[in-house]
Design a protein around this ligand. Sequence first.
Ligand code: PMP
Length: 380
Amino acid sequence: MTPPPDRGMVSRRADGVEASGIRKIFERVQFMEDPINLSIGQAHFDVPEPVKEAAIAAIREGFNRYTVTQGLPELNERILARLADTYGYGGKDSLVTSGVSGGLLLGFMGLLDPGDHVLLPDPYFTMYPVLAGLVGATWSPYEMQPGTTLTKEALEAALTERSRAILVNSPSNPTGRCLTAEEMDVVGAFAKAHDLVVVSDEIYDEFVYDGPHVSAAGHVDEERLLLLGGFSKTYGMPGWRMGYACGPAPLVDAMRRMQQFTFVCAPSMAQAACLAAMDVDMSEQIAEYRGKRDRMMAGLAPAYEFPKPGGSFYMYPPLPAGASTDEFMERALEQKLLIVPGKAFSARATHFRLSFAAPDDVLERGIEALLGLAESTAGA
Ligand code: PMP
């Protein structure tokens, strides 16, 4: 059948998805010599050797077929045991996913019907509103700007009659903000009062610098918590597409059934390697990242004032007073400095995101460029 003339080849669903602002910068950088790239959302270190060896051994041993849909039983057991030991998480149902992205898509598909509503943080990771749109859900933002406190009132202001879920992301991409235990309790009580499911994206759980990670587990009732975690950031393996989802049995089972007919399973050799990864101590790399955060804060302090991020590898400084976002980004590019405009993560074009997951010399050049940009803006 010929599609109606106004529609073209592409579905309306796909038509509504724009190329990610971050990807656009990524494309531009490919043609730039020696850029100061503070735009990328992946650790700068490589996969630890034992993890590489485990993947290679798995391939050599012929571990190249489909695994069971939910992922290797040993890996699921390890993931649940880690969550139980670290946060006292008592859930028994889990699914190995193709990255946290896979878990988010299956989670949204499992939870939300067309017309349902989800609360998202603002600023948000760019994928969340797009996924809400893909499943036909609506969303509204709740305030997560650094320097604010998450309150019941702020959450209630975002609630609608069709609200089914609230997404939390701590430590946050793009701000690095970590929710406190008190704030996580507010989320838990709010979800209970309004019968919502909490989707907690904890992909940066290892990248915390000022105290232990506050998981939603322990603060949100387990029967209404979908906990998503991953391997991409922690072990420097974003290309291996590994993550997991833990939650109430009916939801995890629905996600497993949908995984069966979409992703099928997470990559087999990467699953074998993740078992090895869970034995690798990454505290040295995390300490290094703490040092990078502190160096960036100190370096930017003369010109940029903003709360110190407690986790992830991002910072979210305000644009210098009087700067427009497009002009600031363009001038940054002239300096070969790649950062991401806050409007990629928020309705407010007031900030920018920088990633300190970069070698120290790149960070030093970044500090210098950013100080120069602030000075020339002030003088403009
Ligand atoms: N959640 C957040 C907050 C992220 O920053 C990312 C990666 N940028 C993801 C999920 C997806 O990660 P992956 O699919 O590689 O696990």
